[in-house]
Design a protein. Structure first.
Length: 204
């Protein structure tokens, strides 16, 4: 049986802001993406996370929202109703961008997030609901919390930024602007991929 060729992975950090806990009843109101780096076998090459980026603010898809969730982003919902991008157009532009940056590197795109669970839920739902196609497939996502927990050999609930070695963290502020946070998390992703944890019992 012929060996299946394994393509390199291009990790794309994505952060979304939403006005509620789940897509459908509530809306993704903005999202940002930044290329983090490329993995080919055991080799990982970090990218400049500001070089290839994508950002859109979206028109809400329902009248329902949770005020506390909306407040996190600092976005004006009334303005988004008037001026936000149509979701179908924004997702088409995002698909094209993902495929373009992936083609440039000869790699398969993988979404990464911290944590990926919330952001992937909204992103994948929007990609399928508005266009029926995901450039990441149905499972092309990587959770940075899980990556850290596995490498550091700690329980998942302990995989929080406050307990990570400081050298892993980006020096950028977490602003809750989707593009700012996607860039910040792209740096975290590269730091995690390039990190060799100390041996158990070793100092540091």
């Amino acid at each position: 049986m012929p060996t299946r060729t394994v393509r390199p992975s291009l990790y794309i950090s994505v952060d979304i802001e939403a006005d509620g806990p789940i897509p459908g009843p509530y809306s993704m109101i903005s999202f940002g993406a930044a290329v983090a780096g490329r993995q080919d076998g055991g080799s990982y090459t970090a990218a400049d996370p500001e070089q290839h980026t994508f950002y859109r603010e979206l028109r809400p898809i329902s009248d329902a929202y949770v005020p506390e969730a909306l407040a996190v982003s600092g976005l004006d919902r009334d303005r988004l109703v008037r001026e936000g991008a149509e979701p179908a157009a924004a997702m088409a532009e995002f698909r094209a961008w993902v495929r373009e940056v992936a083609a440039e590197t000869g790699a398969q795109p993988v979404m990464c997030g911290y944590p990926a669970s919330f952001d992937w839920t909204f992103l994948y739902w929007y990609l399928i609901r508005f266009g029926g196609d995901s450039p990441f497939g149905h499972s092309g996502c990587l959770d940075m919390k899980t990556l850290y927990a596995a490498k550091a050999q700690v329980p998942l609930r302990a995989a929080v930024k406050g307990r990570m070695p400081r050298q892993l963290l980006s020096r950028r502020r977490h602003t809750h602007h989707a593009l700012d946070d996607a860039i910040e998390q792209a740096e975290l992703m590269s730091n995690l991929m390039l990190w060799t944890p100390p041996a158990p019992g070793a100092a540091g």
